[in-house]
Design a protein around this ligand. Structure first.
Ligand SMILES: [Cu+2]
Length: 318
């Protein structure tokens, strides 16, 4: 991290103490402030939010204070007589300049945060995230400079939540739990497993409509857009389970596509990855044996793909 980043971290720590709200990894019911998060970068939006909130509070107190003093101390019933003058050039210059300076400072700070969050250089791992109605797909692309072979899976709402959410299921949402944690609509069948202390690049897209991948503990959310690949990075410092949601209205089941990120130690991750790679290699060996249908289907695919645009163009012309 740059010295600027470290300075921001120090400021974030100071802001933490100032606003002294509980610092949770996952958002808690009744929590007022943002979560500070668990990644290298996540304290930055937390800090920026606290600064902006502090500025808003100071402005609010000053403006409303002046307004209430004017209304109560200088009211007609107390014999106040209105002055006849209007316009004060000095005052107008001051109350235009100060907000402009405040806005420039806030924009400068926020831009610094955005630039650092988009900088995925030096990543040690890449995960491709694809949003679908209404589930997520995770493909592990590479890890520590080595390509990962066929490790990818769909991650969708866990069965217990799904059964409970059905109309007239008669099931109690409060009974959906993992340990002590109520996980109704917050748990998935297969979490995204990642190592801690690793700079992970996420490349994010979608297969149908716009979704948005959001895990508050990582400090950012980013749109998953069909035909566009967005990128962001994280470096999780604390092992644990971090929950998130799709944050873009993406259809009727938008509320039912949670995200679960499980951050584990590097050793545990290596073990998990080896298992997944072994599992990924095993099943394709069996369907690959009927050699003839496979090339036929691959050969058929481009033909249909070619046929489709022709149909559309002729359709447009007609
Ligand atoms: Cu979605």
């Amino acid at each position: 991290m740059t010295s600027g980043g470290i300075r921001i971290k120090a400021w974030a720590a100071a802001a933490c103490a100032l606003f002294s709200s509980a610092v949770w990894a996952n958002p808690q019911p009744g929590q007022l402030n943002m979560t500070r998060g668990v990644s290298e970068w996540s304290p930055e939006p937390y800090f920026l939010n606290n600064v902006a909130l502090g500025v808003c509070v100071v402005i609010g107190v000053l403006v409303f204070g002046a307004m209430f003093i004017a209304m109560f101390r200088f009211r007609k019933s107390r014999g106040a007589v209105a002055e006849k003058w209007s316009h004060n050039t000095m005052l107008e210059v001051v109350w235009t300049t100060i907000p402009v300076i405040i806005l420039i400072v806030l924009a400068w700070m926020a831009t610094g945060g955005l630039v650092s969050f988009a900088d995925t250089t030096g990543s040690q791992m890449t995960v491709k995230v694809t949003g679908y109605q209404w589930k997520w797909r995770y493909d592990y692309v590479d890890y520590q400079g080595k390509a990962i072979d066929k490790v990818g899976f769909m991650s969708k709402l866990d069965e217990q939540s799904n059964d409970t959410r059905q109309l007239r299921s008669g099931l109690d949402p409060h009974a959906v739990k993992v340990g002590d944690e109520n996980t109704y609509l917050l748990n998935v069948d297969k979490p995204l497993v990642v190592p801690v202390d690793t700079k992970i690049r996420f490349v994010i897209t979608a297969g149908d409509v716009i979704h948005s991948w959001w895990v508050p503990a990582l400090g950012w959310k980013i749109d998953a857009i069909p035909g566009i690949v967005n990128a962001a990075w994280t470096n999780i410092k604390v092992p644990g389970t971090y929950r998130g949601q799709c944050a873009e209205l993406c259809g009727q089941d938008h509320g039912f596509m949670p995200i679960v990120v499980k951050a584990v130690s590097k050793a545990e991750f290596a073990q998990w990855l080896a298992q997944q790679e072994a599992a990924g290699k095993a099943p394709p060996a069996t369907p690959a044996t009927p050699a003839s249908p496979a090339p036929a289907s691959t050969a058929a695919a481009p033909a249909t793909a070619q046929a489709a645009p022709v149909a559309t163009t002729s359709g447009k012309r007609g």
